[in-house]
Ligand binder design. Structure first.
Ligand SMILES: [Zn+2]
Length: 71
């Protein structure tokens, strides 16, 4: 069985897909069961849930206050 020697990179794959003019590729979307927003499949939704489980908590602010010493 003939097998490609190298994995096609994202760049090359996209170049192939957009070769030959402005071919519009509609991205596959699913509806998030948590927030009912259209999202890409197999990716964590912007609400932080994946497979109805909390993966990311967007409410947690990871900003660290830099203590500036001005005197
Ligand atoms: Zn969501």
């Amino acid at each position: 069985m003939a097998v490609p020697k190298k994995k096609t990179s994202r760049s090359r794959r996209n170049m192939r897909r957009f070769a030959g003019g402005n071919r519009l590729e509609k991205p596959t979307t699913i509806t998030c069961p948590t927030c009912n927003e259209p999202t890409r499949p197999h990716r964590v939704c912007m609400c932080g849930y994946y497979d109805k489980k909390l993966i990311l908590n967007p409410k947690i602010k990871t900003k660290e206050k830099s203590t500036t010493q001005n005197q």
